[in-house]
Design a protein around this ligand. Structure first.
Ligand code: ZN
Length: 725
């Protein structure tokens, strides 16, 4: 469980971090002075500095100049701001690219790039491996003693892959250390397919569009090669982070070191990065009308990377992302900021503090716009940032350090995502990320807290674990899942799980091979469905329905789901053959769309040790998913509070047991949500107890029999009464 008293990064004391990226190097000292005045007025307490200054700090391999950064740090420190100091290695200087062209990346089409953009370094190049950590170490030697330094920020949003000869060489070395021999590589990749048997390590190429990667599809001729290249690229970037962190640690043993992550982001396996990151920080840029539960899931995933430790929302836009994205609606930024805190953030930061006059992000939203002449404080964005800052300053410190409480674990695995996207012969409409979001959204709708975790995480102690589409499953993870179920956890496993082994090979034996005993079903055959196909699912009111029975004959409630539609499966149908002790919870119906598996089991339940495993032989639509979850939750005693669309509740519990319940409305329409427990609403200081006349609550059927009215993008944070525990 995520609740606990884990040690937190030492630097995080006092108020929640509030602020964001600032680029004073683009402006003069007088402008910075004015910015600091404006930002302090907005309750900003932390600035991210020096993100892209390498070329300013170093003009050749041996000449550094920190005078400009000294001035900025001095001014910012004098203003009482904390500093998140970046190492600037996310963009190599033009002089370095000219002197060492090999530091520029080769793209997936085999083209060597010239200097440009950012995250532009070949991380295998010896000159990068020398100069980037040296710069980080030089910065640390100079600034480690700063009292207001709260974070080291390595590079920025690590991104992408390189296909140069140096990287190919690194890849071959990585392969040899992983497999031990060329024979083992040939076997792992089934290299005899299309005549790929390798007789010399040097024959192996990274899968680019001029080798094994099918152009534009992401599909690699040898899936194992594709998987390993993704693993290698993730490790290579993580090693670049590690090298800079080590250089910092030589001078600064304590300040937390991190790099900012992104989501959805497929390039790297952040679960394998997490142990090296002292704190998880991430940048959230949802589109205006994305369902709020998507962002909520990303927060839950980020929090899960370090076992539930509080994380930092390091970037979000205060208004618009850039000129092509719609601006956030009034109130939406505040709601999204509190949503991050509700899901475990101990800091709310923005990109960016002052809007750049030039450059590719010159129209990206900013706290300080180009209005000038004392008009900035009169702008909507600055007012909104100031109002949020005042709220965070008032109550943030009470909440800081508390931990999100979740009863359900949703499994998420980058390798399973890579594996699904990297194969041919799949149904291209089924999407790994969508499936996870789908389950998460239904849990949110029921007011249930979710930890999004790696299948390698400790799962014991969760009442319910949901594993959607765990396409690639490592043996030890299957064992860990089975162990948790044996100990009493309930599992929901869907179709397309356990199909591939670690190397990306189809597992041999009765499917789902690594879960065969656990789920008590032989998954004999997988049928890809056409996009328009929807297979009806029949959930009996009780007992085992007769094969071929139609939904209406068996369970009139089958149509009574959240969406009001009959439950259906999509994208894939499995032909399931249950063991004798496996109960059938639902069958595929009949009809023109059900010709593959008419009347056959669709959802099963198998007792296993002290727990149960539900297996879903399709990918359920909203209505089917709601029905399956209802069965999965039955008897577990998990608190549920049905919520209207776009609303959510979360619970953070402090070390002393104080409970902070967040009620959020992520939509532009009013919502009414059940009040779970009475207490004091922290933003208004008013009582939240559902008593008539409070002006906040009206009677409703729920835990307290009361409810809370939330205005569009409304937020309430109730510190629950001790007596209500
Ligand atoms: Zn390279």
């Amino acid at each position: 469980m995520s609740q606990g008293t884990r040690t937190r990064p030492a630097a995080f004391t006092g108020p929640l971090l509030y602020g964001g990226d600032h680029n004073p190097e683009q402006w003069d000292a007088a402008t910075l002075a004015e910015d600091l005045r404006l930002l302090r007025g907005a309750h900003v307490n932390t600035l991210t500095l020096n993100v892209f200054s390498w070329s300013l700090l170093q003009r050749d391999e041996d000449t550094y100049d920190f005078s400009g950064l000294d001035r900025i740090i001095e001014q910012v420190s004098a203003a009482g701001m904390s500093i998140d100091l970046a190492t600037s290695t996310g963009a190599v200087p033009p002089w370095l690219a000219r002197a060492h062209p090999e530091i520029c990346r080769v793209d997936v089409q085999g083209r060597r790039h010239l200097h440009g953009v950012r995250e532009n370094a070949c991380l295998s190049s010896p000159i990068y491996q020398e100069l980037a950590p040296r710069l980080a170490g030089t910065l640390a030697a100079r600034y480690a003693g700063l009292e207001n330094l709260v974070l080291w920020h390595v590079s920025n949003e690590y991104w992408g892959r390189c296909y140069c000869d140096l990287c190919a060489g690194s890849f071959r070395g990585w392969l040899l250390s992983r497999y031990g021999s060329l024979d083992a590589i040939n076997e792992a990749w089934t290299a005899d397919f299309w005549g790929h048997r390798y007789h010399d390590l040097a024959e192996i190429n990274p899968p680019s569009e001029i080798s094994d990667l099918q152009e534009g599809s992401g599909v690699v001729a040898l899936p194992g090669l594709g998987l390993d290249h993704r693993r290698f690229s993730s490790d290579l970037a993580r090693d670049a982070f590690r090298a800079e962190k080590a250089a910092i640690r030589a001078h600064d043993p304590h300040t937390p070191v991190m790099t900012n992550l992104m989501m959805p982001f497929q390039d790297y396996d952040y679960a394998s990065w997490a142990p090296d990151l002292d704190v998880i920080t991430w940048d959230s840029y949802p589109r205006r009308d994305d369902p709020p539960s998507h962002t909520g899931m990303h927060h839950d995933l980020m929090r899960g990377l370090k076992g539930g430790d509080p994380f930092l929302l390091l970037e979000q836009t205060p208004s618009r992302q850039d000129i092509t994205h719609a601006a956030k609606r009034p109130g939406q930024m505040r709601a999204q900021s509190w949503q991050a805190v509700a899901h475990g953030a101990d800091g709310v930061m923005f990109f960016q503090m002052r809007q750049s006059a030039g450059g590719g992000e010159q129209f990206h939203g900013a706290v300080i716009g180009p209005q000038g002449d004392g008009r900035v404080e009169d702008t909507r964005v600055h007012r909104a940032v100031t109002e949020l800052g005042a709220e965070l300053a008032r109550i943030g410190e009470r909440i800081r350090g508390s931990r999100v409480q979740a009863d359900v674990a949703l499994l998420w695995d980058w390798e399973a995502w890579w594996a699904w996207d990297g194969i041919c012969g799949k149904n291209p409409h089924a999407d790994y990320l969508d499936e996870a979001r789908h389950w998460h959204a239904e849990l949110v709708r029921r007011g249930i807290g979710v930890d999004v975790l790696s299948p390698s995480a400790a799962l014991d102690g969760y009442s319910l674990v949901i594993a959607p589409m765990l396409f690639l499953t490592r043996d030890e993870d299957a064992d860990g899942i089975a162990r948790a179920v044996r100990g009493g956890t309930r599992l929901v496993l869907t179709a397309l799980s356990g199909v591939l082994d670690r190397e990306g090979r189809v597992r041999q034996g009765p499917a789902p091979v690594p879960f065969r005993e656990l789920v008590g079903v032989w998954d004999e055959e997988m049928y890809n469905l056409d996009p328009a196909d929807r297979l009806p699912l029949v959930f009996p009111a009780d007992g085992d329905p007769a094969p071929g029975a139609a939904a209406a004959d068996v369970d009139p409630l089958a149509a009574g789901s959240a969406s009001g539609d009959a439950p259906r499966g999509r994208w894939t149908a499995q032909y399931l053959r249950p063991d004798a002790d496996t109960e059938v919870l639902a069958r595929f119906g009949t009809g023109p769309d059900a010709e593959y598996v008419p009347g056959e089991p669709a959802v099963t339940r198998h007792p296993y040790g002290a727990g149960q495993a539900l297996y879903v032989g399709t990918l359920p639509d909203d209505a089917a998913l709601a029905r399956i979850l209802e069965r999965a939750l039955d008897g577990l005693g998990i608190e549920q509070h049905e919520l209207p669309g776009g609303a959510e509740t979360t619970l953070r519990i402090a070390a002393d047991g104080t409970r902070f319940r967040f009620y959020l409305n992520g939509t532009r329409e009013a919502r009414t949500v059940p009040l779970v427990a009475p207490g004091t609403e922290l933003l208004t200081g008013e009582r939240a107890d559902g008593r008539a006349g409070s002006g906040e609550q009206t009677a409703a059927a729920a835990g307290t029999g009361a409810s809370i009215d939330l205005e569009p993008y409304g937020v309430r944070i109730v510190e629950e009464d001790t007596a209500s525990l």
